[in-house]
Design a protein around this ligand. Structure first.
Ligand code: HEC
Length: 173
């Protein structure tokens, strides 16, 4: 009994200490502070597991067609993905270097994520990171599938192709 009471008392003290630390403003929310390695590891695992479990939609039959990839490039440019992730021949904007976690190079991610996973991430975003939900930004499902098809093809898209495909892209308002 005494032992349990001691554990209970300790839990209360730890709880009060944590409340004072977080609500007293001692924890820094600065975007310049690197997360400890253990936090980064845990967040990455949770993110990957969550995307794996939720991404269940089947791509349309036309997924990967040239027309769809080109429409996807245009939507990618219009929705401003290049500002954070860059694109063939386009450097990301400087401010994206101030984001933690930083936006990955999608050429490298393209091979790791399935079409359904790309669709889910672009549609829903990733909470508590800079990755927005593009469904909330007004993108329709067919547009999102086309963006996913373009991202899948990214490793083989030349600078010149990207320039041609996005020549008439207007920023989304
Ligand atoms: C404001 C900056 C910003 C914009 C704009 C943005 N992203 Fe992201 N994106 C991020 C960040 C930051 C991450 C990393 C999140 C993380 O590490 O969990 C990310 C992650 C991703 C991932 C997941 C990578 C992985 O390994 O799971 C994909 C795919 C992606 N973005 C695609 C896009 C596409 C396509 C667009 C445009 C429709 C877009 N992003 C627009 C910031 C952005």
């Amino acid at each position: 009994m005494r032992f349990l009471a001691a554990i209970g008392a300790l839990a209360i003290v730890v709880g009060i200490g944590a409340a004072a630390f977080f609500f007293g403003g001692y924890y820094s929310v600065a975007g310049t502070t690197e997360d400890p390695a253990a936090v980064t590891w845990a967040l990455t695992r949770v993110r990957t597991a969550s995307i794996n479990r939720h991404a269940n939609d089947n791509p349309p039959a036309s997924f990967g067609d040239a027309a769809m990839v080109q429409a996807g490039a245009k939507a990618y440019a219009s929705f401003g993905c290049a500002n954070c992730h860059g694109a063939p021949g386009v450097k990301w904007l400087k401010y994206s270097e101030g984001l933690h976690p930083d936006p990955p190079d999608l050429k490298e991610v393209a091979g790791e994520l399935t079409p359904a996973q790309l669709f889910w991430v672009i549609k829903n975003g990733i909470n508590m990171t800079g990755m927005p939900s593009f469904a909330q930004a007004g993108a329709q499902d067919d547009e999102i599938w086309s963006i996913a098809a373009f991202v899948k093809k990214l490793p083989s898209v030349s600078d010149a192709d990207y320039k041609t495909w996005t020549a008439s892209a207007e920023p989304k308002q």
